[in-house]
Write a protein that binds this ligand. Structure first.
Ligand code: ADP
Ligand code: ASP
Ligand code: MG
Length: 439
């Protein structure tokens, strides 16, 4: 059994969906196909929720109508038979009726999650109808029956496995399953999701839960590149990464993977492959236990970082100081990404401002607190890079024009992280492309 996950652009046009149907029937290995919403849909659903949360019902209605016409056009080119067209139109009618009803009732966060789920529900149902038109035997599995998160909003492989295996077993003789990425149920049984880009996470969780031979992530680029192709002109794909390297790149901003999607595959040692739907013959990137070569492999950048500096002479020779500071972040469930310390000060970074005022208030008794927003973490990732002798001199050589605010080195064998003002991100990534990769 293998998992094949197709992202938004891979299913965003009728001809792409046709191509996906070909890719999943190319070989005979049983598979679970995970689909995202059509590209742009989740953004549109977010804007519907935003409009409703502000009481702008007319605006929400207009966005819904526009989305509905888009889906009707999509279905017209996707399908060619009367019976399947009628089925697809009935699916659209059901989902758009739901969205229209929501504009009439009072809005809340649980309803918003229902709105966000419509994209994956529609893409998988439409794809299933297309497979039916093509005479391709398959079963559509509702992810809401087996994909769940716990009280801390975390998915648990063992719990998912317990629910997924009976669902698969209920379809003897079927070796092609289609299901939704991104959506799940929370501890209260409500519809929820695995956060933006979460279909990758679904794929990895299913691959781990069903002990799959491989988790293939099909997207619009030929694998993990050495640098962010949205920012830097010339980038190249990386042949092989270890789970640790891939996890660091994903967490520190390489958008091709959901930030936390690697751990389930890593836990069950399922190789992950990053492949290009538009160029299926390209080698892509293979992510396994082994790192392959030593040295720097890629850089990634994560925006929206806030640096907090706490300065206190009481820290001098004191113990227990860091614990008290960390407890404040723990209390507000705000993870710390980077940390640097001196004898009298400590700097940490966080990526969420949700509880910032409360955090600052609780830190103030410890010393002087300074906050810098609009920061970016740039991570240089590779295998054993801390052992690569000249890495720091090469880094600082090429980054002379950049005011580096923090450096984290030695915490992991795979990563050197720098904190820079976001205004310098493009320049930093370009300088690193030249200085580290000669591109
Ligand atoms: P999907 O819709 O298939 O999930 P995403 O848009 O989430 O696709 O991820 C693919 C995109 O990630 C690419 O088009 C590329 O612009 C972006 N990206 C950012 N950093 C990297 C990187 N280091 N390597 C490859 N792609 C990257
Ligand atoms: N459709 C969701 C999103 O756009 C999940 C995904 O595509 O991975 O975030
Ligand atoms: Mg994605």
């Amino acid at each position: 059994m293998k998992v094949m996950k197709f992202g938004g652009t891979s299913v965003g046009k009728p001809e792409r969906m046709h191509q996906v149907a070909q890719l999943i029937t190319n070989d005979t290995e049983p598979k679970i196909v995970v689909l995202s919403a059509l590209s742009g849909t989740t953004n549109t659903l977010v804007s519907i929720g935003d409009a409703l949360s502000k009481g702008e019902k007319e605006n929400a209605k207009q966005i819904i109508d526009k989305l509905e016409s888009h889906y009707h056009e999509f279905v017209q080119s996707l399908l060619h038979q009367e019976a399947t067209c009628a089925k697809a139109n009935a699916i659209l009618a059901e989902h758009f009726e739901f969205l229209n009803i929501i504009t009439k009732i009072s809005f809340n966060e649980a309803l918003n999650k229902d709105i966000l789920a419509q994209g994956e529900l529609m893409s998988t149902k439409l794809f299933s109808v297309y497979l039916e038109e093509q005479g391709i035997k398959h079963a559509l599995l509702p992810a809401l029956e087996f994909m769940s998160i716990d009280a801390n909003d975390e998915p648990q492989v063992a719990v998912i496995r317990q629910k997924l295996l009976p669902v698969l077993a209920a379809h003897p003789g079927i070796d092609l399953f289609i299901t939704q990425g991104y959506i799940c149920r929370n501890i209260r049984g409500e519809v929820d999701n695995l956060k933006r880009g979460g279909s990758d996470y679904t794929a990895s969780l299913i691959a781990a839960a069903a002990n799959c031979s491989v988790c293939e992530i099909w997207t619009d680029i030929d694998g993990m590149h050495n640098n962010d192709p949205r920012v830097v002109n010339k980038t190249v794909p990386i042949e092989q990464l270890s789970f640790e390297e891939a996890a660091e790149l994903a967490y520190f901003g390489a958008k091709i993977l959901h930030p936390t999607c690697i751990w389930p595959a890593q836990q069950e040692k399922v190789p992950v492959k990053l492949l290009n739907t538009m160029q299926p013959e390209a080698a892509g990137t293979v992510i396994t236990q082994e790192a392959g070569s030593v040295g720097v492999k890629a850089v990634a950048a994560k925006d929206g970082i806030i640096a907090i500096n706490i300065k206190s002479s009481r820290m001098l020779l004191a113990y227990g100081f860091l614990r008290k500071i960390f407890e404040v972040f723990e209390k507000y469930r705000t993870p710390i990404d980077m940390i640097t310390t001196s004898e009298v000060a400590v700097s940490v970074t966080i990526d969420s401002a949700a509880f910032l005022p409360l955090i600052i208030k609780e830190l103030e008794p410890f010393g002087t607190v300074e906050v810098d927003s609009d920061q970016t973490i740039v991570s240089i990732v590779g295998n054993d890079i801390a052992q690569t002798k000249d890495i720091l001199s090469r880094l600082f050589d090429c980054l002379k024009p950049v005011p580096v605010r923090m450096v984290s080195y030695g915490g992991s064998r795979h990563n050197v992280s720098l904190l820079i003002p976001s205004a310098y991100k493009t320049e930093t990534l370009q300088l690193l492309n030249k200085g580290l990769f000669d591109l």
